[in-house]
Design a protein around this ligand. Structure first.
Ligand SMILES: [Zn+2]
Length: 420
C-alpha cells in the first residue's frame, strides 16, 4: 500500500520521519484569518499563565539563520517562522520550554554534546539579547514571578537522550545551564532507551536508562516521554518518583500514530501526577493525517532495512523530502485540521486522565503542518475560546493553559529537594 501512496525514487533510503515532522519545516503553516475571540475569552486568557512545553525556534534559527539573531531579529515579525516576539505577545505566552534539539544521528558522528551545547548557547544568547521580553524561570515560583512582571519565563528542554552521550556528568551540566526537562529519546532507539519510531533494544529502559531517570529525579529535571516507546513510558513511570510529562504528544485514540499516547498510558501518567501536553502538528491531531504519517513511518522502516549506508541515506532523504513536500502541498492528502481538533485531544485526555493532566506543547517551528488559523504562536487564545465554547470553567481553562504544567514542575522540585 505504501508504494502506491508514496512512489519512491529507487535510490531512496531512510528518512528519519520523527525528525522530519519535528525539526524540518517543509510546507508553511496555514495562515488563514483567525476567528473572532470574545472579550470574555480574552480576559480569561490574559489572567492565565500560558505555558508551552515545546518550541523548536532554536533549531530553526540554526538551520535558516546561521544561529544569528542579527540575521533573524525576532523582536520584529519574522516571515517563515512560527515564532517571534510580537506573536508570542499576541498569543499571551507566559512561559516557554525552548527545545535544545539536535538530530539523533549526531551521536554516531560524535557531535551530539557539542551541538546540544551550541543550541543551549543559542537560547542563552536569545535571553541576553531580549531581556525586556525573556527571563530565566527555572522554578515554578520563578515562572510565576516572571509572569507578574510581564516577562516570558524561559526554560530549556533537551530533546533526546542522545544529547548526553551516555554521560550522567553531561546530564548534570545541562541542568546547571537551565535544562528542566529531557526527552528520553528522539527518533532513534539508544543503547539505554527505546524510541517509538525505531526498533526495540532494551524493551524499554536498560539499567543505565533507569539510572538516568533516577538522576533526573534527584536533579529536578522533568522526565519527558514524548518520542519514546510505550515500554519506555511504562519503565519511566515505574522508576520515576516524580511526575513525568509528554512535552509534545497527543492522544493515540484520536490520531493513530506511535508518537501519540495510548489511553492506558494517559491514565497512568495522570495517576502519577504527570501532564500530557498536546502537540499541534496536524499529523498527530487529525485522524486521516495521522494515518498518512503512520504510513510514511512504515515506508521509512522498510527502507532503513534496505539501505544501511549513511551517505546513501542522506542523499536519498533529500530526494524523499521533495516527493513528500509535493504530496503535502499539492496532493491534498493531509488535512491540517482546526482548533477543534486540538481541543478534541484536550477533551479526550481530560476524559481519560483527568482535568489536572493535560497541557499544551505546540511544537511550533518544529512541524511541517499546523491547523488552519493556528499557524503561529499568536494562536493560543483560539484554544481558550474553543474551551469556553465547550463549557470549560475559567479554573479548568487555566489548568490546561499552564496550571498543570506549573504543578508538575513544582512537584519535580519537591522530589529533588527530598532526594538531595
Ligand atoms: Zn519532537
Amino acid at each position: 500500500m505504501f508504494l502506491r501512496r508514496f512512489p519512491l525514487n529507487p535510490t531512496c533510503n531512510l528518512l528519519t520521519v520523527a525528525a522530519f515532522v519535528c525539526a524540518v519545516s517543509l510546507a508553511t503553516a496555514a495562515d488563514s484569518p483567525q476567528p473572532e475571540i470574545s472579550s470574555r475569552a480574552r480576559a480569561i486568557h490574559a489572567r492565565a499563565i500560558v505555558i508551552d512545553g515545546h518550541n523548536d525556534l532554536p533549531w530553526k534559527l540554526r538551520q535558516k539563520a546561521k544561529s544569528s539573531f542579527d540575521v533573524w531579529d525576532i523582536a520584529k515579525p519574522v516571515p517563515g517562522m512560527h515564532t517571534d516576539i510580537p506573536r508570542l505577545r499576541k498569543g499571551g505566552v507566559g512561559a516557554q520550554f525552548w527545545a535544545a534539539y539536535v538530530p539523533a544521528d549526531t551521536l554516531k558522528k560524535g557531535t551530539s554534546v557539542r551541538t546540544t551545547m551550541e543550541q543551549i548557547d543559542l537560547i542563552h544568547r536569545m535571553l541576553q539579547r531580549y531581556p525586556e521580553t525573556f527571563e530565566w524561570a527555572l522554578t515554578a515560583d520563578a515562572i510565576e514571578s516572571a509572569h507578574k512582571r510581564g516577562k516570558i519565563g524561559s526554560l530549556i528542554g533537551v530533546e533526546g537522550g542522545h544529547s548526553i552521550d551516555g554521560s550522567l556528568g553531561v546530564l548534570r551540566t545541562y541542568y546547571t545551564l537551565g535544562v528542566r526537562y529531557m526527552t528520553l529519546t528522539h527518533s532513534d532507539t539508544l543503547a539505554w532507551a527505546d524510541s517509538s519510531t525505531d526498533v526495540s533494544k532494551s524493551g524499554g529502559l536498560s539499567d543505565f536508562g533507569r539510572e538516568v531517570v533516577r538522576e533526573m529525579n534527584r536533579l529536578g529535571m522533568l522526565v519527558d516521554i514524548s518520542h519514546t516507546s510505550d515500554d519506555t513510558v511504562r519503565d519511566a513511570l515505574e522508576v520515576s518518583t516524580a511526575p513525568i510529562i509528554a512535552s509534545h504528544s497527543s492522544a493515540r485514540a484520536l490520531a493513530n500514530h506511535v508518537r501519540c499516547i495510548p489511553d492506558d498510558l494517559l491514565r497512568a501518567i495522570g495517576e502519577k501526577g504527570g501532564v500530557v501536553m498536546v502537540n499541534f502538528f496536524s499529523g498527530y491531531l487529525v485522524p486521516e493525517s495521522a494515518d498518512y504519517f503512520a504510513d510514511i513511518l512504515e515506508v521509512n522502516r522498510k527502507m532503513r532495512q534496505e539501505y544501511p549506508d549513511e551517505k546513501e541515506y542522506e542523499k536519498a532523504r533529500d530526494a524523499w523530502r521533495k516527493v513528500m513536500q509535493k504530496q503535502i502541498t499539492e496532493g491534498g492528502k493531509v488535512k491540517p485540521g482546526t482548533v477543534k481538533d486540538v481541543v478534541n485531544h484536550i477533551d479526550h485526555i481530560v476524559k481519560v486522565a483527568g482535568i489536572d493532566h493535560v497541557g499544551l506543547g505546540g511544537d511550533y517551528d518544529g512541524v511541517s503542518m499546523l491547523p488552519e488559523g493556528m499557524g503561529d504562536v499568536s494562536s493560543y487564545p483560539l484554544i481558550t475560546q474553543e474551551l469556553l465554547n465547550r463549557g470549560y470553567s475559567e479554573k479548568d481553562i487555566h489548568k490546561i493553559l499552564g496550571g498543570n504544567t506549573l504543578r508538575a514542575r513544582r512537584a519535580a522540585e519537591k522530589v529533588a529537594a527530598k532526594l538531595r
